[in-house]
Design a protein around this ligand. Structure first.
Ligand code: BGC
Length: 369
């Protein structure tokens, strides 16, 4: 089985100066600055060394559109080659590269044209992907979009991410454009032989969805609608939390530093439901906890991986697991306060330091390889 970690470009690379996020971080519309992040753009070989040391065999990362096309008509071929180098280094170390083509950030020029709200703009993303392919994208699995619904909700409904909008209609419009974009990219990529999916954030809504219509509808829009219309070879599943009201009030359940209740059974329930409906394999593309309590992180990792093993025993083909994240990194509108990593970076020296939970992941990776 594939077992590894995940990170994304803007959150880990540092200095993403041509992106929309960088622009809004600088002018104060976003509360925190990403700055040098983990400086992984320069230290990616050190990151890969850590993965190797931990006997991990898979890595989900993202390619930064704002680096590849910093201006509308400018392609930075060095940036493309940089990502090719990452993939080559991963493969040299026996680690499966799981590239994600878009993880929340844009080049500022694309943002200024209206980003995903304008369907005419999608051609620029399609061209960016074709460009990557023309240079060679040496991977088996490709994720087109990271959590399109989280993006649509946070950028267009709750107004926390650029362009900070609060409109249900815009949120739906953007999610429809993202479905359309994904399907276009699916056709291009699958013609080339890649196994294609998205990284789909799924939340466990509990049983109330069955009897309380607004809850059921939210669950459908958030969890299932995109999947219903998107072409996929497997489901890339990001699972972090449940919003089951019955469970939320239970005082006994542990919470993460994001305020999310920990509930591994939610992953079981969602994976089982998906498989029963679509009969396609599932890759856990992200699962993680923000905490400073290493015992809690160890428990979290162990319980979620055990859930996957149970699913596999029951005949649900889960082909991989990626813990979010390798290193503490830039947690979007929460900055550096939230610690998801099994490792962290000494900002002065750039040295990568593992936490004790890294050993837990290593032990489980060896057990289930
Ligand atoms: C996102 C990551 C984020 C993580 C923790 C996922 O929804 O893909 O970018 O850091 O959750 O909040």
């Amino acid at each position: 089985m594939l077992i590894g970690t995940a990170m994304s470009a803007h959150q880990s690379e540092g200095n993403n100066i041509n992106s929309d996020w960088w622009y809004f971080e600088k002018n104060g519309k976003l509360p925190y600055k990403s700055g040098m992040a983990c400086d992984s753009y320069r230290h990616y070989k050190d990151d890969i060394k850590l993965m190797k040391r931990l006997r991990l065999n898979s890595y989900k990362f993202s390619i930064e559109f704002a680096r590849v096309m910093p201006e509308k008509d400018v392609v930075d071929y060095d940036a493309i080659d940089h990502y090719r180098d990452i993939i080559a280094e991963l493969k040299k170390n026996g680690i499966e590269p799981i590239p994600t083509l878009w993880h929340y950030t844009f080049p500022l020029w694309f943002y200024k044209m209206g980003g995903f709200e304008n369907r005419k703009n999608l051609v620029y993303i399609i061209n960016y992907v074709k460009l990557l392919l023309s240079r060679g994208l040496d991977a088996r699995y490709v994720l087109t979009l990271n959590e399109p619904m989280v993006y649509a909700v946070k950028a267009y409904l709750t107004g926390r991410y650029p362009p900070f909008r609060r409109s249900f209609r815009s949120m739906l419009k953007v999610s429809n454009n993202l479905i359309h974009l994904h399907n276009e990219l699916y056709d291009i990529l699958s013609r080339e032989g890649y196994k294609v999916s998205i990284a789909k954030n799924m939340i466990y809504f509990g049983k109330l969805r069955r009897v309380y219509l607004p809850f059921g509808l939210s669950e459908y829009i958030y969890n299932w609608r995109f999947i219903k219309y998107a072409k996929m070879d497997f489901l890339g599943l990001n699972y972090y939390r449940n919003v089951d009201p019955f469970r939320l009030v239970r005082r006994r359940s542990n919470k993460t530093d994001m305020g999310w209740t920990i509930y591994p059974y939610g992953l079981h329930s969602i994976a089982e439901r998906y498989y029963n409906a679509y009969k396609k394999p599932i890759m856990i593309t992200e699962n993680g906890i923000a905490t400073n309590n290493e015992d809690l992180r160890k428990k979290f990792i162990t319980e979620h991986l055990n859930t996957i093993i149970t699913l596999r025993k029951e005949g649900v083909p889960v082909i991989g697991y990626h813990y979010w994240s390798l290193l503490d990194n830039f947690e979007w509108d929460y900055g550096y306060m939230k610690k998801f990593g099994i490792g962290h970076v000494d900002k002065k020296t750039g040295k990568r330091i593992l936490k004790s939970s890294a050993e837990t992941l290593k032990r489980l990776a060896l057990k289930y390889e």
